[in-house]
Design a protein around this ligand. Structure first.
Ligand SMILES: Nc1nc2c(ncn2[C@@H]2O[C@H](COP(=O)(O)OP(=O)(O)OP(=O)(O)O)[C@@H](O)[C@H]2O)c(=O)[nH]1
Ligand SMILES: [Mg+2]
Length: 436
């Protein structure tokens, strides 16, 4: 909340008293923020009436701190009222101006630089997640959530700070910090479903682009996962279109699901199961149960039913609610398992496009805020993410960035997964081998 960096740190203590706990807390603070804080530190003694009785025995540690912060010391009597009270604040501001603003540089620190960068970079992301129109409203929403100790921004900040703590063991000022990966700023969505259910058409609706071939003829059916990406509403959307997995042999199915995991590592924000409205067959149940075996029960927290042919729902049933109310029992079971997260997509209507996709993104935002981690993950995904990172590192070292052609290394590694004998595919397969 104090990014891009505070002007002053105030250490509030009773006159000339520093308890062991207070000193320990200060040491921790010092360890995190470094010696630089002394130039911005002001000691505030509250309860000035206690001054005379305590000042004879100043603890050595407090004397040291005072000495290092250039004896920036001020008294605050919090019982004063009116003009006297205001005068204290004026004195403090004058001291800050004279001893800190005029003498010290702006306080810089990895945490603050990182927080500043995250907040600046994620404005668009937040605009969408918080649905606010202006940057000011976003700031307010962000600050409010950080203040209340919750929200996505806080999660991103904490995760990023945890990385710094872990990687650098508090010695943060000396080493450059690793930039946050693009995976922190995108929404990753996987689509599954039977052949002809409308996956590719739904993917195109989400991206508002013909990234996937969608056709009545089964000759356009894909046999391998395809990735479509696009920035929409100021956010990077990664959408994975998949083949009908029950039509694949066991070996091919394994290979495709592994590729899908690599493409959506460190984990998808949403798993969409696309069904043509009114056609929930046994094969749909079979596919879902295969997915549950592969991803585990946690998948339900990220699972959405997407009813394609929304135009037919409209014509035959009037609304999605009425359609869902009349759902057969096998479909109803799935609706219960995914907490009734379902959306109708009319992939033939340009007019409805924005509203449908925004509805989906709002629902994804709700699960991000509600779930403990902001995307689906499990051991398989953790291993895949390690493999993806390892390959990114190799690429950056091997090629000195030449082969990247200005592409983010993660995007390059994802491209590599299209070919099964690429380094990325082989590494992914080796690293996730025991997760069968
Ligand atoms: N009327 C209508 N037709 C749709 C809608 N969504 C998809 N379709 C049609 O359904 C057919 C199949 O859609 P696809 O998107 O190709 O289906 P798919 O799931 O990708 O199929 P495979 O790639 O074979 O697995 C196409 O002819 C689409 O035009 C919709 O909302 N309304
Ligand atoms: Mg398709």
């Amino acid at each position: 909340m104090t990014q891009p960096g505070p002007t002053a740190f105030l250490m509030v203590v009773r006159p000339y008293v520093l308890t062991t706990e207070q000193y320990k807390a200060f040491e921790k603070f010092l360890k995190i923020f470094g010696e630089e804080i002394y130039k911005h530190l002001i000691i505030i003694f509250t309860r000035p009436k206690e001054t005379s009785e305590n000042c004879r025995k100043i603890p050595e540690q407090l004397r040291n701190i005072l000495c290092k912060c250039n004896n920036n010391l001020i008294y605050f009597d919090n019982h004063l009222k009116g003009i006297e009270r205001d005068k204290q604040v004026k004195n403090l501001l004058e001291l800050i101006d004279k001893e800190i603003c005029k003498k010290a540089d702006t306080f810089k620190h990895t945490f603050y630089e990182e927080a500043e960068r995250i907040i600046t970079n994620s404005h668009n992301y937040l605009r969408l997640l918080y649905n606010k129109d202006t940057p000011e409203e976003n700031d307010n929403a962000t600050n409010r959530e950080i203040d209340q100790g919750k929200g996505l921004m806080l999660k991103i900040l904490l995760r990023s700070f945890a990385k710094i703590f872990k990687a650098e063991n508090f010695n943060v000022t000396t080493k450059p910090f690793r930039p946050i990966s693009i995976t922190d700023y995108e929404l990753r969505i996987i689509m599954f479903g039977l052949s002809g259910s409308g996956k590719s058409a739904t993917g195109n609706t989400i991206l508002n682009d013909r990234k996937f071939k969608s056709c009545f003829s089964s000759s356009e059916t894909i046999h391998t996962c395809k990735r479509g990406t696009k920035e929409r509403f100021g956010i990077i959307l990664q959408v994975i279109d998949t083949p009908d997995i029950i039509e694949l042999s066991d070996g091919d199915c394994d290979r495709e699901l592994r590729k899908c995991v690599g493409l959506t590592a460190p984990g998808p924000h949403a798993i969409l199961f696309v069904v043509q409205a009114g056609r929930f067959t046994q094969n749909n149940e079979k596919t879902i149960s295969k997915l549950e075996t592969y991803f585990g029960h946690e998948m339900w927290n990220y699972f959405f039913l997407i009813f394609s042919h929304g135009d037919e729902i409209q014509q035959k049933h009037g609304s999605l609610e009425t359609f869902v109310k009349k759902a057969p029992s096998n479909l109803n079971q799935i609706l219960i398992k995914c907490q009734r997260r379902c959306i109708a997509f009319n992939n033939k209507s340009e007019k409805l496009n924005e509203r449908q996709v925004q509805d989906l993104i709002t629902k994804i935002r709700d699960i991000i805020l509600q779930n403990a981690t902001d995307h689906f993950r499990n051991e398989r995904y953790d291993l895949a993410e390690n493999a993806m990172k390892e390959r990114e590192e190799n690429l950056m070292q091997d090629t000195n960035n030449v082969l990247l052609h200005g592409k983010h290394p993660r995007e390059k590694v994802r491209d590599e997964l299209n070919s099964y004998d690429s380094e990325a595919s082989k590494l992914l397969s080796r690293r996730t081998l025991h997760c069968r």
